[in-house]
Write a protein that binds this ligand. Structure first.
Ligand SMILES: Nc1nc2c(ncn2[C@@H]2O[C@H](COP(=O)(O)OP(=O)(O)OP(=O)(O)O)[C@@H](O)[C@H]2O)c(=O)[nH]1
Ligand SMILES: [Mg+2]
Length: 458
């Protein structure tokens, strides 16, 4: 009926976070999940698929521990595809641990990290992109990350890959069939035209290329970006930092060299998780400062350079009342090749002074929304953030890149009229790369297509 689960042992784990909570859940999965649950959980009613049953749980000595609600699932209609029971009690670590120990004493094994999801994957309940999405969903820090992971969990990436993979498999089937016949007696079987092959390769390529373009957005949403505020001392970096954070985190004073160390805080900008970094002012940018920096400030400035090197986006702050001096212009020059934003702060003090850069006032809040908007624009690539079928992990990106590379080789082979064997090698490489995301294609998948596309042998 259903393919049996690949695993013979039953695993158990506390599925809710450690610490106290209103509810805590112990989850069992495997062939003995129901049997073990029945030994721990007592109720007036029998366990039933996808039904919550009220009762109580007992410990190893069969002493009553707590009230509980058991929700059982039968294979394969469960998260892991196996028999599963979830026991919900009050969320006290002692209760949950006692329950865990009892389950282990009754024959379950403590689950490894991620093992429930690994079983779900192995039992065909989800493909690898969905398993990755489970991880991302749990790790999400912004709502946009949730939307992204949730879409991927529902199979958005796999769906996006379905069509290019389908085209690819059809082409492989056509070529395999053509080759078999060409080498046999049936020489007159129509060979696939080079134009058709080219068309199919191009169509697959264009699908995959547009998907590859979503990686920047996808990985930005998944991993976030580091934004560093740099500039000479006293221009108002810390004041801007506090404004963007919406709280007084960094110390602000009129003394140049107030910030001695880098400061980091997390914010969310249009759903993109951001690590915002305030830095010690770069004293060499300001010749007017007479006092030489002390040891602490020297180290701080070294850290500023590190933060500058690591940032995905640099906000270069200068004083709106003055033009950039020589040293500042040099730094700006160095930043040209990287994402950066030049900001003139203290616009409130430079009312009638025109500025080439974005003028803001950390003091009055003037133009802060424009700054935030500008940051969003700089961070987002041309692809819209709402595009959910994005590639999120480097693994996914690498797989798509390999598939594209193989298809480009296939295209060249096609243009140079190389034998179909060569072409097929490239196409199979592309297929394998896609398989690593969506799950393997079996020889039957290809054979099936060969026999369905042609009416061979009658
Ligand atoms: N009028 C006005 N004053 C500002 C503005 N932003 C900052 N200041 C003042 O400028 C001084 C320096 O501000 P900070 O935010 O400490 O400057 P900083 O760039 O972090 O300085 P360092 O940490 O020393 O490098 C403080 O007295 C702030 O109140 C602004 O937009 N307008
Ligand atoms: Mg500061």
């Amino acid at each position: 009926m259903f393919p049996p689960s690949l695993y013979i042992d039953t695993i158990v784990a506390i599925s809710t976070p450690s610490g106290r909570g209103g509810i805590g859940i112990v989850r069992l999965s495997g062939p003995d999940a129901w049997k073990i649950a029945r030994e721990i959980f007592c109720a007036k009613k029998e366990l039933q698929h996808a039904t919550a049953i009220y009762g109580h749980v007992t410990d190893i000595k069969e002493v009553r521990l707590d009230e509980a609600v058991a929700t059982a699932f039968t294979s394969p209609r469960s998260y892991t595809g196996e028999d599963v029971v979830e026991l919900a009690t009050h969320g006290a670590p002692v209760i949950l641990n006692a329950l865990l120990e009892t389950a282990i004493a009754r024959g379950a094994r403590l689950a490894e990290p991620g093992e429930f999801t690994q079983r779900a994957f192995a039992n065909g309940r989800m493909d690898l992109t969905q398993a990755e999405a489970v991880h991302d969903l749990i790790a999400a820090r912004t709502l946009e990350q949730v939307h992204q992971a949730s879409a991927q969990l529902s199979g958005s990436l796999s769906r996006e890959l379905r069509q290019p993979k389908e085209t690819l498999l059809r082409l492989v089937a056509l070529l395999e069939a053509g080759m078999d016949f060409a080498s046999g007696e049936l020489d007159d079987v129509e060979v696939v035209s080079p134009e058709l092959i080219r068309g199919e390769i191009l169509s697959t390529l264009s699908h995959l290329t547009s998907l590859a373009e979503t990686f920047r957005t996808g990985s930005l949403l998944r991993n976030g970006a580091a934004i560093a505020l740099v500039g000479r001392p006293n221009v108002g970096k810390s004041s801007l930092f506090n404004r963007l954070l919406q709280r007084d985190r960094a110390i602000v004073t009129p003394i140049a060299g107030t910030t001695r160390d880098t400061l980091e805080e997390d914010i969310s900008l249009a759903g993109i998780p951001i690590r915002l970094v305030d830095t010690a002012g770069l004293r060499h940018l300001d010749e007017t400062l007479e006092q030489a920096p002390d040891t602490v400030e020297v180290i701080g400035i070294e850290r500023t350079r590190e933060a500058l090197a690591e940032a995905d986006l640099v906000i270069f702050v200068h004083d709106a009342r003055e033009d950039l001096n020589v040293a500042e212009r040099q730094l700006l020059e160095q930043l040209q090749l990287r994402p950066h934003l030049l900001v003139a702060n203290k616009s409130d003090l430079a009312a009638d002074r025109p500025s080439a850069s974005l003028s803001v006032s950390a003091l009055t809040g003037e133009n802060l929304p424009a700054l935030q908007q500008e940051l969003r624009t700089k961070l987002q690539s041309d692809t819209a953030l709402s595009e959910v079928a994005a590639l999120t992990t480097p693994r996914q990106n690498e797989a798509i890149r390999q598939a594209i590379e193989a298809l480009e080789l296939a295209l060249t082979a096609n243009q140079n009229a190389l034998p179909h064997e060569v072409l097929l090698m490239d196409l199979h490489r592309a297929r394998l790369a896609l398989d690593s995301l969506t799950g393997a294609t079996t020889p039957d998948d290809i054979l099936g297509r060969i026999f369905s596309t042609f009416c061979i042998g009658k």
